[in-house]
Write a protein that binds this ligand. Sequence first.
Ligand code: FAD
Ligand code: NAD
Length: 396
Amino acid sequence: MSTPKILILGAGYGGILTALQLEKKLNYNEAEVTLVNKHDYHYITTWLHEPAAGTAPADHARVDLSRIIDKNKTKFVKGVVKSIQPENQTVTLEDGRELAYDYLVIGLGSSPETFGIEGLKEYAFSIRSINSVRQIREHIEYKFASYNSEPHRTDYLTIVVGGAGFSGTEFCGELADRIPELCKEFDVDPNLVKIYNVEAAPTALPGFDKELVDYAMEVLTRKGIEFRLGTPIKQCTPEGIILADGEEIKAGTVVWTGGVRGNEVVEKSGFEVMRGRIKVDEFLRAPGYDNVFVVGDCALIFNDQGRPYPPTAQIAVQEGENCGENLANLLRNAELKPFVPALQGTLASLGKGEGIGVVGSKKLFGTSAALMKKASDLRYLYKIGGVGLALSKVKL
Ligand code: FAD
Ligand code: NAD
């Protein structure tokens, strides 16, 4: 019998942890494991708001895959997945290459959810990859640089962040920290800079603990962020945004952080999806395909109350570990282990030295939340690349 082929799509949190778990569990030649990714690096998505605002270099948020995976155990293919053909057990890449599999793991992450809002795809940026955050940083700097030759265009100095969920508030925290330095660099009066965080719901971070939300809003307001709550964005234009009540906010930069959906490749490949995510079974398998596993933001799982878990790195990591272990079990005809998330809490940064969070039943505010978030990020880096990787990314 030929060696079974396991194909992992995406080297994000879910895909990497699946590959690492397989490296740990499988014996030599038990399976041929291939990891496909757009780039030859893994990016730390949970840090992308920092390079987007320019408070950290983009390189800080990425790690060469060669530092994480063992090339003797996992073959790496650099390529962009175009489609999956589950009936034929093949995957087609954009350059025309076709890869066959016996077992597939889909870990392609998410795409911005634009809810069909006019102009968002064309005129707004989103925080989704190393390339996208480089563009955001460069664009903001370009607008600040342009202002001095067109001083009547104060709108160049206005930044709209659409959506005050976790990504929006974390990004605003970093932006507020960057503005003084940007103003100095481009000879701009800080009083002319405006950052709006626009949110459809009546509160920022809807659904989160009120005391923590109040704290976050107080910190961000103090740092100069103007919240526009209960006012959904209706349209994005080359000049800025239009709110549902018709008000226009002229802005040089619009960054959309209004939510995510599963990667478009999944839906285009014919899988049944809800907001681009596949509702998986207890072993993270796609309905109708016992050999197709889904991890991370492409997978939809529900809690005991029937509510979907939000797509987070925390869950993606645990899904990857479970999936790797179950693939090894499958190859050995051993029993599969159901996936049960073990939630450790939620932590969000609000710029340097500030944050909020809940760990167990304890609420964290300010420095303690910020430190806890850093510790949790470093724990992840240690998990994927050992102490050397973790230490190389320490940023105080
Ligand atoms: P990803 O980590 O996004 O990885 C997907 C991989 O697939 C990438 O390597 C990508 O290049 C690759 N890929 C995509 N399309 C293709 C293709 N067509 N072909 C080949 N490769 C492809 N969650 C938390 O738990 N805690 C946090 O603090 C936190 N902070 C966040 C901050 C920000 C700014 C953002 C945007 C998200 C944050 N999240 C956080 C959410 C978390 O990052 C995601 O839930 C997590 O990254 C999902 O992991 P994943 O493996 O599904 O996808
Ligand atoms: P989200 O869905 O959590 O938040 C999006 C926000 O945009 C919501 O508050 C929503 O009401 C708002 N919105 C939607 N349409 C709008 C409109 N037309 N106008 C104005 N506001 C609008 O999405 P996100 O913040 O991008 O996060 C994506 C996922 O990543 C979530 O699951 C989140 O939990 C996770 N994440 C976690 C962390 C963390 O744990 N620190 C950080 C970032 C992201």
